[in-house]
Design a protein around this ligand. Structure first.
Ligand SMILES: Cc1cc2nc3c(=O)[nH]c(=O)nc-3n(C[C@H](O)[C@H](O)[C@H](O)COP(=O)(O)O)c2cc1C
Length: 185
C-alpha cells in the first residue's frame, strides 16, 4: 500500500479557459484516492518547439516542466481530440519535454483521460498518445479507459464535472493508477 506520498503531475492539452480537459483534471484532483495528490502543470508557458532554441538550452518553462516530470511518481494526461489526434499544443509540450539528455518519460507511470465534444470522447487521440509513449517508454495504464464524450453535457458552466458515471469511472481509474505506480516502483 501507499505511504501517502504519491505525487502525480496532471497535464491538460488545451489552453482555453473553459477547457473540458482542464476541468477533468480538476475533478481528478477532487477524486484522487488516499495516498495520491495531483498537481497541475499549465502548458500555456511552453514555447513552440525550435531546435535552434534547444541548442542554446531548454527555455525556463520547459526546464521547469522536465524537472516536475522527473520528480513526479506518475503523470496524468487529459487530452482533447483535434482532427482525430491530440492537440498541437500537447504534442508540442511532449516534444519539448522529450528531448535529451535524460528523457523524462522513460519508465514513468502514465494514465490517460480525455474529453471532447464528439461522441467518442477522444478515443482516437488517446490511442495516438499511447503510441507516442511506446517510443518514449512511458508505462501507460491500460484500463479503465476514461473517454468523456459529449463534453457539454458532462460539465456545468463553472467547469465542474457533474456527470456521476463519469466521476465514478475517473475515480476508478485513479485508484487503478495508484496501484499501477506502486507495482512499477
Ligand atoms: C481544431 C479542432 C479539431 C477538432 N477535432 C475534433 C475531433 O476530431 N474529434 C472530436 O471529438 N472533437 C473535435 N473537436 C472539438 C473538441 O472536442 C472540443 O473543442 C473540445 O472542447 C476540446 O477540448 P477542451 O474543451 O479541453 O478545449 C475539435 C476542435 C478543434 C478546435
Amino acid at each position: 500500500m501507499s505511504d501517502g506520498s504519491l505525487k502525480v503531475l496532471g497535464i491538460a492539452g488545451s489552453l482555453r479557459k473553459g477547457s473540458f480537459n482542464a476541468a477533468a483534471l480538476r475533478a481528478a484532483q477532487e477524486l484522487a484516492p488516499t495516498g495520491m495528490t495531483i498537481d497541475i502543470f499549465d502548458i500555456a508557458t511552453i514555447p513552440l518547439y525550435n531546435e535552434d532554441v534547444k541548442a542554446e538550452g531548454f527555455p525556463p518553462a520547459v526546464a521547469d516542466l522536465r524537472a516536475r516530470i522527473k520528480a513526479a511518481d506518475g503523470l496524468l494526461f487529459a487530452t482533447p481530440e483535434y482532427n482525430y489526434s491530440i492537440s498541437g499544443v500537447l504534442k508540442n509540450t511532449i516534444d519539448w519535454a522529450s528531448r535529451p539528455p535524460e528523457q523524462p518519460f522513460d519508465g514513468k507511470p502514465i494514465a490517460l483521460i480525455g474529453a471532447s465534444g464528439g461522441a467518442l470522447g477522444t478515443a482516437r487521440a488517446q490511442y495516438h498518445l499511447r503510441q507516442m509513449f511506446i517510443f518514449l517508454n512511458g508505462h501507460v495504464l491500460n484500463r479503465p479507459e476514461v473517454m468523456i464524450g459529449a463534453g457539454a453535457s458532462k460539465f456545468d458552466a463553472e467547469g465542474r464535472l457533474t456527470d456521476q458515471p463519469t466521476r465514478d469511472i475517473l475515480g476508478t481509474l485513479l485508484t487503478a493508477f495508484r496501484a499501477w505506480i506502486e507495482k512499477l516502483r
